[in-house]
Design a protein around this ligand. Structure first.
Ligand code: URA
Length: 188
């Protein structure tokens, strides 16, 4: 299956109950040749309305961090979420909703084949790195799994709630730039 086909199938997904309440599936955005993928938790209200990831306040903050290290959405990073549809009233997704959705992300990884995956926040980090990871303690640390480098950083929404953590997150993006210089061919 090629990427466009995957996207079309995902946009029509009815594998869990979230399809009944979503406005749009948030497939993710960026070039399919991206060497760096950023993975969040799931769409909020703005994302559901626009069908795009990280377009609300936390997305604006994320874009500032990306700009600071010469990354930009739709240029050299692919941004997606673990769960592609917004749960009603922003409740946490149910286990069966995670399980139904994760194969879409797996297919995105299979086609894009990123060299680096940055997990934005605890939910993505626990799913993709380790169930017992502590993002506040282990943020900015790269761990290699099957030839892909994984790193967790604080979720931008958490930074909006806790601005004192912003320097920590900035340090993670600086570390990301260094890792890109080390392992990527065409991101910069
Ligand atoms: N938070 C997320 O985890 N993902 C989005 O797309 C927006 C906010």
């Amino acid at each position: 299956m090629d990427f466009e086909q995957l996207k079309q199938e995902c946009l029509a997904c009815r594998k869990c109950g979230l399809c009944e309440t979503r406005t749009n599936v948030v497939f993710g955005t960026g070039p399919k040749t991206a060497e760096v993928m950023l993975i969040g938790e799931g769409p909020g209200k703005n994302e559901d309305e626009q069908g795009l990831p990280f377009v609300g306040r936390s997305g604006k903050l994320l874009d500032q961090y990306l700009t600071a290290v010469d990354l930009a959405r739709n240029k050299n990073v692919f941004i997606a979420n673990i769960v592609k549809c917004r749960p009603p009233e922003n409740r946490d997704p149910l286990p069966e909703e995670w399980d139904a959705c994760l194969p879409w992300l797996r297919e995105q990884f299979r086609i894009i084949r990123p060299k680096i995956v940055v997990c934005l926040g605890r939910i993505a980090a626990q799913r993709l790195i380790r169930p017992d990871i502590s993002v506040t303690k282990e943020h900015g640390v790269f761990e290699e799994k099957n030839g892909v480098w994984f790193m967790a950083t604080l979720h931008p929404a958490a930074l909006l709630r806790n601005p004192s953590q912003k320097p920590m997150a900035f340090g993670d993006f600086v570390a990301l730039r260094e890792k890109i210089n080390e392992v990527c061919d065409h991101t910069y």
